[in-house]
Design a protein around this ligand. Structure first.
Ligand SMILES: C[S@@+](CC[C@H](N)C(=O)[O-])C[C@H]1O[C@@H](n2cnc3c(N)ncnc32)[C@H](O)[C@@H]1O
Length: 197
């Protein structure tokens, strides 16, 4: 998994109407759930920045990171053509600690979930918040070696607790038509706080 090579191939045509539409729903949901003002937000696995770029105006700083160089190049171009002065594309070794990290439809591509969550824990400031948006576990026995078939939120929450996250909450907020593995799938948002000390 990771599928970075695949995202490199589709980066230039990633922004379809359908993706813009769902990203807009996610952006609004994130904005309604967490305080943005004065915060440094890291969009980890940002893709083309569809979810976080519209939030930049409300943040102190927006950092965008993606393992796909082609996706990162698309975001850099968008930032260059905008008048956003507080957004920048970063490499993993130059990521600053953030108050908020969003991980939108990234985890499903990650073979080992816990190491990534642990890495994100260390990238958060004390009392920082991790926001995960992903697919709820599909009741399917379809084998897919490329992505996880969604996530059991209770198990994911347990993984976060093991890493010392607290006040973990989650809910489904969107159901699409044949939007994941050719099946109607629900999307959840999970928010977890890093301890303040
Ligand atoms: C489905 S796209 C979602 C993009 C964006 N978050 C959005 O919602 O529009 C998944 C993105 O995660 C990136 N990605 C996957 N695994 C990653 C990892 N371990 N580190 C950084 N980026 C990763 C991919 O390159 C791809 O751009």
């Amino acid at each position: 998994m990771g599928n970075i090579d695949k995202f490199d191939l589709i980066a230039d045509k990633y922004d379809t109407d359908e993706r813009r539409e769902i990203s807009d729903i996610i952006t609004k949901k994130v904005a309604s759930e967490v305080e943005l003002a004065g915060k440094v937000l890291l969009d980890f696995g940002c893709g083309t920045g569809l979810v976080s770029l519209p939030l930049a105006d409300r943040l102190k700083k927006l950092e965008l990171y993606d393992a796909s160089e082609k996706m990162s190049a698309v975001v850099s171009e968008k930032i260059k053509n905008s008048n956003l002065s507080n957004a920048r594309v970063v490499k993993l070794d130059s990521v600053e600690k953030a108050d908020l990290i969003i991980l939108v439809q990234v985890l499903l591509h990650e073979k080992e979930v816990e190491p990534l969550l642990k890495e994100l824990y260390h990238l958060l400031n004390p009392a920082g918040q991790l926001v995960i948006v992903d697919f709820d576990l599909l009741e399917t026995n379809k084998e897919n070696l490329l992505v996880h078939p969604g996530f059991n939120q209770e198990k994911l929450s347990d993984s976060l607790k093991k890493l010392n996250f607290e006040r973990i909450k989650s809910e489904n907020f969107y159901k699409g038509k044949k939007n994941f593995m050719n099946t109607d799938a629900e999307m959840f948002i999970m928010i977890a706080d890093k301890k303040s000390f």
